[in-house]
Write a protein that binds this ligand. Structure first.
Ligand code: NAP
Length: 287
C-alpha cells in the first residue's frame, strides 16, 4: 500500500518502521527538517518532507495523522484540501470524542484510531519496532463511517500484531480516562509530593528509590504536553474517574486513621486478586 504519516514522533515513527519493514511505500511529513532527515536515515519512511503538499500523491491509499492531539483536527482540515476523496484518513490521538465526529464531517473516509502502546519517550529518536505487538489497537468508527474504510485500516493493524478493539468514541474516552489518563495524573502527583519532601529526607528517599517507585512514577514522568492534552480533551471523563478515585482515597485514609486493619487487608487482597484481570502478563510490554 501507499501510506502517508504526518508527525514522525514516537507513534508515527514506530508505525513507519513497521510499514517499511512490511514492504509498504511510506511517505512522511513532519515539522522539523532534522526529524525528516532522521526518519529517512533510520528507514522510518522512504521519503520525508516538511511540506504537507508532498502527500498529494495520486496513488496514496491511507494517511495516519500522528501529530500532538491539538493539531489532529487542523491537520485533517489541511489534508482535506489536498487528498483525493478515495484516501482513508485515520488518527492515533489518545482521545476520540473531541475528534472523531468533527473529523468525520471534514472527511467521510475518516476512521478514528488509538494504539494502546507507548513509552515515556517522545520524538523520532523514540520510535521503535514492535511497539504495537500484542497491544490493543482501538478503532472508533461512527455508524456513518464506510465499512470499506474500517476494513482498510483493520487489515493494516492486524499485521502490526495488535489486538483490534472496536468501540464508540465516548466509550473509548471513559475507558482510557480510567486506565490511562487517571494513572498519568496520579503518577505525576506522586512525583510532585515526593519532590516536596524536606531536602534531607528527599535526598535519602531518592537514594532508596527502586523498582516500585520506577513503576509507579513512569507514566507521570512522561511527555508533559501529552498529559496536558489528555486532561484538556478528555476533561469530563477524567474528572469523573478522579472523583471516584478520591472516594477510594478517602476510604483508605479512614482505614489508616482508625487502624481498621481488617478493612485495609480486604482492600489490598481484593486489589491483588483483581490485577490479573487488568494486566495480563501474556499481553507483553506495559504502556
Ligand atoms: P511525539 O513523539 O511528540 O510525536 C509527535 C510529532 O509530531 C513530533 O515528533 C513532531 O515532529 C510532529 N509535529 C508537531 N507539529 C507538527 C506539525 N505541525 N506538522 C507535522 N508534524 C508535527 O508524540 P507521540 O507520543 O508520538 O504522540 C502523537 C500522537 O499519538 C498524539 O495524538 C498522542 O495522543 C498519540 N498517542 C501517544 C501515545 C504515547 O504513549 N506517547 C500512545 C498512543 C497514542 P518534529 O520532530 O518534526 O517536531
Amino acid at each position: 500500500m501507499q501510506i502517508g504519516i504526518v508527525g514522525l514522533g514516537l507513534i508515527g515513527g514506530s508505525l513507519g518502521l513497521e510499514f517499511v519493514r512490511q514492504g509498504h511505500q511510506v511517505w512522511g511529513v513532519s515539522r522539523q527538517p532534522q526529524t525528516c532527515q532522521q526518519a529517512e536515515a533510520r528507514h522510518v519512511v522512504h521519503k520525508a518532507s516538511t511540506d504537507l503538499f508532498s502527500l498529494a500523491i495520486p496513488t496514496l491509499d491511507i494517511v495516519f495523522v500522528c501529530t500532538p492531539i491539538g493539531l489532529t483536527l487542523p491537520t485533517i482540515e489541511q489534508l482535506s484540501q489536498i487528498l483525493l476523496p478515495s484516501v482513508v484518513i485515520t488518527d492515533v490521538a489518545s482521545v476520540k470524542g473531541a475528534i472523531v465526529p468533527l473529523a468525520s464531517q471534514l472527511w467521510p473516509l475518516f476512521v478514528g484510531g488509538h494504539p494502546m502502546a507507548g513509552t515515556e519517550q517522545q520524538g523520532i529518536q523514540a520510535a521503535q519496532m514492535d511497539l504495537f505487538q500484542n497491544r490493543a489497537y482501538v478503532l472508533t468508527p461512527l455508524p456513518t463511517t464506510p465499512p470499506s474504510a474500517v476494513d482498510c485500516l483493520a487489515g493494516l493493524i492486524s499485521h502490526l500484531g495488535s489486538r483490534l478493539v472496536v468501540c464508540d468514541p465516548f466509550s473509548h474516552d471513559a475507558a482510557v480516562a480510567q486506565i490511562s489518563h487517571l494513572p498519568v495524573m496520579l503518577s505525576a502527583c506522586l512525583l510532585s509530593s515526593a519532590q516536596g519532601m524536606p531536602e534531607e529526607r528527599r535526598k535519602l528517599a531518592q537514594q532508596l528509590a527502586s523498582s516500585g517507585f520506577r513503576d509507579t512514577s513512569r507514566v507521570g514522568g512522561g511527555n508533559p504536553e501529552l498529559g496536558l492534552a489528555m486532561a484538556q480533551y478528555n476533561q469530563p471523563a477524567l474528572l469523573a474517574a478522579l472523583r471516584d478515585y478520591q472516594t477510594h482515597l478517602q476510604y483508605l485514609t479512614t482505614c489508616l486513621e482508625q487502624g481498621e486493619w481488617g478493612s485495609l487487608s480486604d482492600l489490598l487482597t481484593s486489589a491483588q486478586q483483581s490485577r490479573p484481570d487488568w494486566i495480563d502478563p501474556h499481553k507483553g510490554k506495559e504502556s
